[in-house]
Design a protein around this ligand. Structure first.
Ligand SMILES: Cc1cc2nc3c(=O)[nH]c(=O)nc-3n(C[C@H](O)[C@H](O)[C@H](O)COP(=O)(O)OP(=O)(O)OC[C@H]3O[C@@H](n4cnc5c(N)ncnc54)[C@H](O)[C@@H]3O)c2cc1C
Length: 496
């Protein structure tokens, strides 16, 4: 089968032939992903070096899954008995290019470029960086643009899908398009947050802004959820020089557990967590607000930070702060990765759950989920922080709550494989319990990085946007070839 595909591609590609296609048996990682929950056998793995190679692969007529860095957790970038396109290979042949338009800087990057690679290039070339990030940067540009791309800058600049000026896309009929807000705008917005359903992104144009050398990174602790949310929401409503450059936060267990408890808060090993400061009568979990200020020329950041903090209602004595190079702040999760690789929890299964929950429902969510179901922690971060809906473009394909402010809830489980850690089935069951809790209590919520199996669930997920999503699929991938691992549409002509 592979030899057949290889031959076909060499005949059909109009430019450079596919370089170094590999057999599925030689590298099982292409039938798996970071989640380690779903395992498939692709018929072939193809390493495109141009958009023409992508067209050629699509024209074979098999299901085609573009795979960025395979950091999905539910098989979204897999293609059982289909073709996996290793998009990383595109970045090897096309390094980032600088584009200057109307005095603004952009980076033209291959979709297989990692955000960490784009950061290193942009700092080196221009002392600039993209404005909007994810917490972890070894994800591809194409992978996060197909989903959303959310982090502590989202409240200010919008998610990564709100920070793209142009894309080159190969649609499900194998045609190459260059699209942007003014040009083939419907395709442009369909693909952003489109879960890989409408086209393979081969190149993206990402805006760049001047980057600071250093940042002040601060964490403060709250005993009561209502104090935490009131401050966090007031911070994400601020704009301009009144605003922090980054706002996130997380829940941690009110105990000295090294992973789930106090130890997860201090930013430096030299400063400990003084548990005697925790207000008496606090519940089973506490809350940590995490903010950052960029150092800017001619500004007293120390003074500005203390002014901004003085207006917040956190527990005095439980504040932590360090000054770090900007690049060290942005690559902070890389250090956690190294630790997790050492203790074996990076390679184990990751039944993660990501949700967007409306601000009107987040207090109830806290009561039922954080304080009850997850009161002992999850052996990993439990993020909960607000973002502002006006920064999300409704023309993109992503589904978000209707509320003006909604929270990202990310349950990033890092337990060791069973028997050292908990059984995966139990963790998956707990995730289902949490989603059911959102449903039965009628929350305005959406799953982020969604994974559903039935049409009914997908229709419910997209809600009013479902008919638009289906119509976009009919228009851009009529044979339903692309990204089969999302399990939204079935390839035309395939038996169920
Ligand atoms: C450790 C870790 C930390 C994370 N932190 C964050 C975070 O802070 N914020 C956040 O928003 N997300 C975060 N994520 C989730 C991450 O953004 C998604 O899982 C993302 O899809 C991973 O990118 P990837 O390049 O590995 O994509 P893949 O998993 O390879 O692909 C994801 C989906 O996109 C499709 N796709 C990939 N490339 C293309 C392309 N070029 N064109 C069209 N479709 C394509 C695939 O077919 C698949 O359906 C994190 C994930 C991990 C593992």
């Amino acid at each position: 089968m592979l030899a057949y595909l290889d031959t076909q591609l060499h005949h059909q590609s109009s430019t450079s032939p596919t370089s170094n296609p590999t057999s599925p048996t030689s590298d099982p990682s292409f039938g798996s992903d970071f989640g380690g929950l779903i395992h498939t056998r692709p018929a072939a793995v193809i390493r495109p070096t141009s958009s023409a190679d992508v067209s050629a692969a699509i024209s074979l007529g098999l299901p085609v899954a573009p795979r960025g860095n395979g950091h999905s957790v539910h098989g979204q970038s897999q293609a059982d008995a289909g073709v996996v396109l290793d998009m990383r290979s595109l970045s090897l042949t096309s390094p980032p290019r600088t584009i200057i338009l109307d005095g603004l800087h952009y980076a033209d990057v291959s979709a297989g470029t990692l955000w960490s690679e784009l950061l290193a290039w942009a700092l080196r070339a221009h002392r600039m960086a993209p404005p909007s990030w994810t917490d972890y940067l070894d994800l591809t540009v194409g992978g996060t643009l197909s989903n959303g791309g959310v982090s502590g800058q989202t409240f200010r600049y919008g998610p990564q899908i709100s920070n793209v000026a142009e894309m080159e896309v190969v649609t499900g009929d194998g045609c190459r398009h260059v699209c942007g807000p003014e040009n083939e705008a419907d395709l442009f917005y369909s693909v952003l947050g489109g879960l890989g359903q409408f086209g393979v992104i081969t190149r993206a144009r990402i805006p760049l802004l001047p980057a600071p050398d250093m940042v002040k990174w601060i964490r403060v602790v709250y005993g009561r959820f209502e104090d935490y949310t009131s401050d966090a929401e007031s911070l994400v409503r601020r704009t301009g020089s009144d605003a922090f450059d980054y706002v996130e936060g997380f829940v941690f267990v009110n105990s000295d557990d090294p992973v789930n408890g106090y130890g997860s808060v201090p930013l430096s090993s030299e400063v400990g967590f003084d548990a005697s400061r925790v207000p008496t009568g606090s519940g089973p979990v506490l809350y940590c607000l995490e903010v950052v200020l960029h150092y800017r020329e001619g500004e007293d950041v120390e003074k500005r930070a203390s002014e901004m903090l003085s207006r917040l209602g956190y527990v005095r004595g439980l504040e932590f702060s360090v000054d770090v190079p900007y690049v060290d702040f942005l690559t902070r999760v890389k250090r956690a990765e190294e630790e997790a690789r050492t203790n074996g929890s990076w390679g184990g299964p990751h039944p993660w759950l990501n949700l967007f929950v409306a601000s009107s429902d987040i207090a109830d969510f806290d009561r039922r989920v954080f304080k009850e179901i997850l009161k002992d922690g999850i052996s990993g971060p439990m993020l909960v922080y607000p973002v502002v809906r006006s920064k999300w473009d409704p023309r993109t394909s992503i589904a978000v709550p209707a509320s003006d402010i909604f929270y990202l809830v990310a349950l990033l489980r890092f337990s060791r494989p069973h028997p050292g850690g908990q059984r995966v089935e139990d963790l998956v069951r707990q995730n289902r319990q949490i989603v059911n809790c959102c449903r039965t209590n009628g929350y305005d919520f959406k799953m982020y990085l969604p994974h559903y199996k039935t049409e009914e669930d997908w229709a419910r997920h997209f809600g009013d946007g479902w008919s638009r999503f289906v119509e976009r699929k009919r228009r851009y991938d009529p044979m339903a070839i692309l990204a089969p691992g999302q399990q939204i549409f079935r390839k035309k002509g395939m038996m169920s």
